[in-house]
Design a protein around this ligand. Sequence first.
Ligand code: HEC
Ligand code: HEC
Length: 270
Amino acid sequence: MNALAARRRHPAAIAILLMLGLFLTGAAYAAVAPKPADATTQALPAQSVEEGKALFRANCASCHGLNAEGRATGNGDKIAGPSLAGVGAAAVDFQMGTGRMPMAAPGVQAPRQDEIKYTDEEIASIGAYIASLAPGPEVPSEEAVDPTKGDPARGGELFRVNCAMCHNFAGAGGALTRGKYAPALNDVTGKHVYEAMVTGPQNMPVFNDANVKPEDKQDIIAFLHTLDEQENPGGLTLGSLGPVSEGLFAWVFGLGLLIACAVWLGSKSA
Ligand code: HEC
Ligand code: HEC
């Protein structure tokens, strides 16, 4: 008894009690606190990470390095493939889901390819492997990319402000510098549109959630979806290149026709 009472006055007693209290509160909180809602989607089974790693080594490491650290070609200066740490599962899903990766041949741009040689499971496990290296954007939920849940009119406005300078106001695509181009956006799935925005492939900037909120992204997806549904009522689209090409067409052909008529009438009366 006496010994305990003496220790109670020890200068370290308060500190020890405080630590004990904090520790107990922390442990109790951890035991009862609700788990974060997305913990189940984030914690991918270790098995799929292992599978993804094996698939990655077989199909991607030649360019991206054995541990996705990036790799330079023999000459030393040209990068064969960038480091993939931190690009996230969304980048893998976008690049592989649109057939861009594995890149078929070196070039200024990895183009979209119709034939996808990998199953969804294989793509997901490579995504899990890349996400296990460093945190990055995740593959969006089906709900977040459902075009029927967005407002296409608002999406159109957002598209004209953020995307039209490269992709054209009707999403028809356009040329960029040095032989690169922004592709046409017809029939791209909502998921891939979302992933393009959060990962910014090649020359495209990243539109993170602070710039373009998830609701805005959904509106943009809804807008692009309505473009896909739209038939062109007026015959030829003239490449959907916008008012300039349409104006030029009217100018050259319309005015040309009028001048031709005038010349013809003039020659008749003479
Ligand atoms: C022939 C070389 C080559 C192969 C093979 C290849 N890549 Fe790539 N990869 C590149 C190059 C070059 C880039 C950068 C330019 C680009 O985005 O097209 C790139 C970019 C990427 C990006 C985008 C990174 C970012 O910053 O958003 C991802 C993700 C990716 N590759 C994944 C893969 C996966 C997964 C595989 C295997 C299935 C693969 N790549 C195979 C050359 C390659
Ligand atoms: C600075 C020019 C630029 C801007 C601005 C831009 N993009 Fe892109 N975008 C590109 C380029 C370049 C590519 C091609 C990348 C590639 O091939 O890997 C691309 C690719 C895409 C793709 C993939 C298409 C496919 O065929 O798979 C989608 C979807 C896309 N962009 C949507 C958008 C949206 C939505 C916005 C606006 C929020 C936007 N982009 C803004 C340049 C741009």
